[in-house]
Write a new protein. Structure first.
Length: 145
């Protein structure tokens, strides 16, 4: 994960907008946005200011990788998982890639079963409409003198 990607992820985890960070850094929003998109080479002093705004050590911004975690304030620790996704341990349970794949497969099976039930119910509805039509025909026949 590149430094600019880490900056964006940390900002999002803190629930801050680009406008808020740009204001705190005395930058334009477009200037800060270009940092998050990796369009700008950021000098060390700017990175120090960004780390200070995020309340993390500059070294954490550079050293964060798949096996690291960092503190983002308010008793929130963020862990980087095997597939480079970040999990906020105070709000989100960390799941392995396998667990997520299992959950996805289970969801697909549930959807498949629901689709089968929908088709069955549609057929039941069609059968009942047909029976209703047959019963009306019989009633009309029986009511004729």
């Amino acid at each position: 994960m590149q430094v600019y990607e880490k900056i964006k992820v940390i900002r999002q985890l803190k629930g801050w907008s680009q406008e808020e960070i740009a204001h705190r850094l005395n930058m334009s929003v477009s200037g800060y946005g270009s940092i998050e998109r990796g369009e700008t080479d950021v000098n060390l002093s700017r990175l120090e200011k960004i780390a200070k705004v995020f309340e993390i050590d500059l070294s954490e911004l550079f050293n964060l990788n798949e096996k690291n975690s960092f503190h983002v304030g308010d008793n929130h620790t963020v862990h980087v998982g095997d597939n480079q996704t970040l999990h906020n341990s105070s709000n989100i349970n960390s799941f392995s890639k396998y667990d997520l794949q299992q959950e996805l497969e289970k969801s697909h099976l549930i959807i498949e079963q629901q689709n089968k039930e929908i088709e069955w119910l549609k057929q039941q509805n069609a059968d009942l409409r047909e029976q209703n039509t047959d019963l009306r025909t019989m009633i009309e026949f029986l009511q004729k003198p």
